[in-house]
Design a protein around this ligand. Structure first.
Ligand code: ATP
Ligand code: MG
Length: 223
């Protein structure tokens, strides 16, 4: 199949609604229901909008393991006002959807043509605006455009600003210095898929869960 929904939560999320609230149950798609005995949990959903369940969602590319290893080997000096992105959260956002129904996103992306992409990261760790430390990413413009077109009617309206591919390494408070901007970094990789990712607060940051994955480089109608 073109898409594979991967539901990775083994336990109900701390923020999910837990309990046998049968009034809610019919609105919750089966993919998000977990039944243990007579307990019905809603897995990984932030809440319920007027049209049904919603989660905080974005569409992203996960870097391959070899690239991730090199990214996490970059210096991460522990400095006041610098919040380093944990290694497991490092990603390249193609589109931020905000609160949306994962099934609606899935339905739109499953039939979309998503072009193949070759990413070049680098050449140096840089600032994006004042407060974000990134590795710039080239090669994602067409894929980001396709994702944006396919999901334009879902979640937040697409950002009108031109797409600026990047991988966020750290966020800075009060324009803190972080000491790594300017560090050379170069890597290339082929994108194998676009991930539909849910973001949930964990108490010490955010945790990301991949809810779906969409293969790139296939022409619609072909296997
Ligand atoms: P935190 O908010 O705790 O700093 P985070 O930004 O990684 O963590 P989210 O706010 O859930 O977590 O964002 C998930 C992804 O979507 C990140 O790549 C983030 O940069 C991007 N994003 C979040 N809000 C927006 C927005 N308003 N416009 C564009 N991209 C956004
Ligand atoms: Mg954020």
């Amino acid at each position: 199949p073109r898409t594979a929904r991967l539901h990775l939560h083994q336990q109900p999320c701390p923020h999910s609604r837990i309990g046998g609230d049968l009034a809610l149950e019919p609105k919750v798609p089966a993919a998000h229901r977990k039944t243990v005995g007579d307990q019905v949990s809603v897995i990984g959903l932030s809440g319920f909008g007027k049209d049904g369940p919603v989660a905080r969602l974005f569409l992203a590319v996960w870097p391959p393991a070899a690239v991730l290893e090199r990214l996490t080997a970059l210096p991460r000096p522990d400095q006041p006002g610098v919040r380093w992105v944990p290694p497991e959260n490092l990603h390249l956002t193609l589109r931020f959807l905000g609160d949306a129904d994962p099934d609606a996103v899935d339905a739109h992306l499953a039939g979309a043509h998503l072009p193949a992409a070759e990413v070049t990261l680098g050449p140096v760790v840089s600032r994006l605006g004042r407060n974000v430390v990134v590795v710039p990413a080239a090669g994602l413009d067409e894929l980001a455009h396709a994702v944006r077109e396919a999901t334009a009617s879902i979640g937040r309206p697409p950002d009108p600003r031109p797409f600026a591919g990047h991988l966020t390494l750290a966020r800075l408070k009060h324009r803190a210095a972080c000491g790594v901007a300017g560090t050379p970094f170069h890597a290339t990789f082929s994108v194998t898929g676009v991930a539909l990712v849910e973001s949930l607060p964990t108490g010490h940051g955010v945790g990301y869960t991949t809810l779906g994955r969409y293969v790139v480089g296939r022409v619609p109608g072909t296997p």
